[in-house]
Structure formats: C-alpha cells, structure tokens
Design a protein around this ligand. Structure first.
Ligand code: BG6
Length: 301
C-alpha cells in the first residue's frame, strides 16, 4: 500500500482513535506514525513495520537508538528502534531475513489509557496475498505497545489457519549506549550461546558480556531479564521478557557497520542490540486457534 495519502490517513486515525496521549502524524519520509506522550514517558511508533522508533521516560535521555542514516521508504525496514522480526528470526534461504512483518504496513486497532496512566496502542497485521506469497499461512498478529515509565511490547500471534504452524521471531531492540567499549551486559553469565559469526557454533559465556569486536550471538535457555550497564550515560537499562527463552546480542563493529548503507560508519560505538527472541530451537508450534505472546519490558533502573 502507498503512504501517499498519509495526511488524510492521519486525520482519520486521529478522529477514530481520539486520545489525549496519542496523536497520529507524518514522520520521516512522510510515513504515518503514532506519537505517544503522557506524564511518565514518550514514544513514537511507525505503522511501517509496526516499529517503535523511540522511547524516553519523562526526565530521562532517549533509551532507543535510531540510525542517523535510517531509510524511511517502504518496503525497506527502518534501522533502529525495535524492528519486529516475525515469523522467523535471522536468515532463511530463499526468504527475507527476519521474516515479513518489519517490511509491512500495520493497521491501528485501538488505543487506551491504562490504570497507571500509561498509554496503550494496539497495531495489527494479518495475512493477505503478499504475506501468503512469502509464508503460506493464515494468521493474526498484534503488537501492543504500552508506554509509561516502562516501554512494554507484547507481540501476540494467533494461528487462524487449519494446520499447525511454527512461529519464531524477535523484538530486535537497538539501545543507545554512551560508548560500546565501556558497556557491559549482565544476565547472560555462564549461558550457552550459538555464535552466528562462527557458523552457529555452540559456546559458553564466561562472565558478563563486554565488547572488543563484532558480536552476533543467540543466547540459549535463558528466560530472565538482562541489564545494560552504561557508565558513560550513567544508567542501567533493564530488558525484561516473557514468552522468550533466547536472547540475541548484536553489535556489528567496524566492518559490518561500514558495509550497511543505512548505518553510519561510527554508529556501532553508540548502540547495542538486545533482542527478546524466539530463535534457533526456541520456536513455538501453534495449533489452529492457538496463541503465543512474546513480551519485552524496557525500563531504566
Ligand atoms: C541480528 C542478527 O539480529 O540482526 C545479525 O543476529 C544481523 O546477524 C542483524 O546482521 C541485522 O540484520 P538486518 O537484516 O536488519 O541487517
């Protein structure tokens, strides 16, 4: 679908989902986005990709990283924030990397104010001829984005077909850090991981994660939260999760950053991806009618 009529679409969305805390407007590249703003925090969410692009608790600095060279031109996915990888994580021969959801236009299904004054936006995506050409299944996908002091994302998959279907994916979140070489990730100590830089060889993490080069790993059998310790920005970001037993940690470092056309050469110094995942064997087979929810909760601690 074209975004040419974004202005009219925004007006219609503002009328249909009238809310003090959410406004629909044109963002980068003229693409429609929801701007959520309440007493506890702010966030922006693009309908392209169903992608949270920014999050800032009130009084705090931005938590998510967005590439200064991100391309806001569908069907290219947006480089930064939280791309939704679905219904698979990573490469799949003959198919798009990270699935089909991050390249598509999602629709708005609802908005609401929660009891704690946080604000919820519900986006949806269901199958059509385009999605079935890539992945021949009948599905309903919703992303519930709840913004307050925390940013909560619930990715809800329902199998609406008549046969079982396998679901993987990730909430592929780019976090801003002050300096990657001074950043430490806690919570994955002693965990086994698949090293994507070594043909998914199985290795074991010794101690917390520190960065001295490219990192691309799928940490296995770990359902607990992780924490990003950032002495430069003097903060700790907690990444909590539910419905996920794998966590992906990624930093492209120098060469891969230079090879990406939508990523500044020095961008790797101020970002790290912690991805709340259903990757490798951590996939869910959903019977007809069954649902799986993948949840990520981001907060400063
Ligand atoms: C990570 C993968 O999740 O995403 C990396 O582990 C990959 O291997 C990265 O390079 C970015 O992927 P893409 O498709 O957005 O360039």
């Amino acid at each position: 679908m074209s975004y040419g009529s974004a202005k009219a679409m925004n007006e219609e969305l503002n009328e249909s989902f009238e809310s003090d805390a959410i406004r629909f407007e044109s963002g980068e590249g003229g693409l429609p986005k929801a701007v959520i703003n309440n007493l506890a925090g702010t966030a922006e969410v693009y309908l392209h990709g169903g992608q949270v692009a920014s999050f800032q608790p009130a009084g705090a600095a931005p938590v998510l990283w967005m590439s200064e060279e991100a391309v806001f031109a569908p069907p290219k996915p947006i480089r930064g924030g939280t791309p939704v990888c679905w219904p698979w994580f990573g490469p799949k021969e003959g198919f798009p990397q990270h699935g089909l959801a991050r390249n598509r236009e999602w629709s708005v299904r609802g908005t609401s104010t929660m009891g704690d004054s946080s604000t919820k936006l519900v986006l949806g995506l269901s199958d059509d001829d385009d999605t079935r050409a890539v992945w021949p299944h009948t599905f309903d996908l919703e992303l519930w984005v709840t913004v307050g002091a925390q940013l909560r994302m619930d990715l809800r998959t329902r199998n609406r077909g008549e046969t079982p279907v396998e679901i993987g994916g990730a909430l592929h979140t780019y976090f801003t850090v002050g300096a990657i070489d001074q950043t430490t990730i806690h919570g994955l100590e002693d965990c086994e991981y698949l090293d994507s830089l070594a043909g998914r060889e199985r290795k074991r993490q010794e101690g917390p994660i520190r960065f001295t080069g490219e990192v691309d790993r799928i940490y296995l059998d770990r359902s607990d939260h992780t924490e990003i310790e950032d002495p430069v920005l003097q903060r700790r970001i907690r990444v909590g999760k539910e419905g996920s037993a794998t966590t992906v940690v990624w930093n492209p470092w120098i060469d891969k950053a230079a090879a990406m056309d939508d990523f500044p050469n020095d961008g790797y110094q101020t970002m790290v991806c912690i991805e709340t995942a259903n990757a490798a064997d951590d996939v869910h087979t959903l019977a007809p009618g069954e649902q799986h929810v993948l949840t990520q909760i981001v907060e400063l601690v």
